[in-house]
Design a protein around this ligand. Structure first.
Ligand code: GRF
Length: 216
């Protein structure tokens, strides 16, 4: 069983997807703590509703990023967390912290990385005229929205889509692939090298591009 901490800053719908997955008996990971830098994050309420310990570590209470991350690290140790999932965590983590947790931090991003790193991904996808968008679960490296890709899910952009409709469609896919990626890692089916992750072939004949039909 992999003991996981989830870091959130807001709504926490991906956290909810992870909570729901962990509730199933045979899921190989469990959430030991949910940490938020934002005391008002709705994700904290979701965690409490699921009887998961929560902790607020507000970045505003610290003079430096290093001190803030040190406090997070202490909390992770307190709960004996072995792995971290960033789920809408809106603070950039310093290289020191990321390297300390090398290959043990997962993030979800609402684009087909390496395209559209950063914010407002669906607006930028629409503006650029790409035909597909989607989401990516990847191992965190010190550069923002960078690192070995575990799973991606893609969808075709409809000419009538706007940023809101696209975000909603992508979010549905996020809720599928985030628990799935965590499961693969917890089962030891992912091999991570410097820039690439390889999934045991038997897990996904498609090699990591997920369509809901493959999962269900
Ligand atoms: C998601 O779109 C995720 O991909 C991005 O931040 C958003 C968080 O949403 N990293 P939620 O808090 O999980 O609902």
């Amino acid at each position: 069983m992999l003991d996981v901490a989830v870091l959130v800053s807001g709504r926490g719908s991906n956290l909810q997807a992870l909570i729901d997955a962990c509730e199933s008996q045979d899921f190989p990971a469990r959430i030991v703590v949910v940490i938020s830098n934002n005391p008002d994050a709705y994700g904290l309420k979701r965690a409490k509703a699921a009887n998961i310990p929560t902790s607020v570590i507000n970045h505003r209470d610290f003079d430096t990023r290093e001190d803030f991350e040190e406090a997070i690290d202490l909390e992770l140790k307190k709960y004996k967390s072995k792995f971290l999932c960033l789920a809408g965590f809106m603070r950039i983590l310093d290289a020191r912290f990321v390297n300390r947790w090398k290959d043990r931090i997962l993030n979800i991003h609402p684009s087909l990385l390496p395209s559209f790193k950063g914010l407002h991904t669906q607006e930028r996808a629409l503006e650029s005229g790409v035909r597909f968008t989607g989401c990516t679960v990847h191992i965190v490296r010190p550069e923002m929205d960078d690192g070995p890709i575990i799973l991606q899910a893609a969808l075709a952009i409809d000419p009538d889509d706007n940023a809101d409709t696209l975000s909603a469609k992508v979010l549905e896919l996020e809720h599928i692939i985030y628990p799935e990626a965590l499961k693969l890692i917890a089962l030891g089916r992912v091999r991570v090298s410097a820039s690439k992750a390889v999934i045991e072939k038997a897990s996904y004949p498609s090699g990591g591009l997920v369509s809901p039909e493959i999962i269900n």
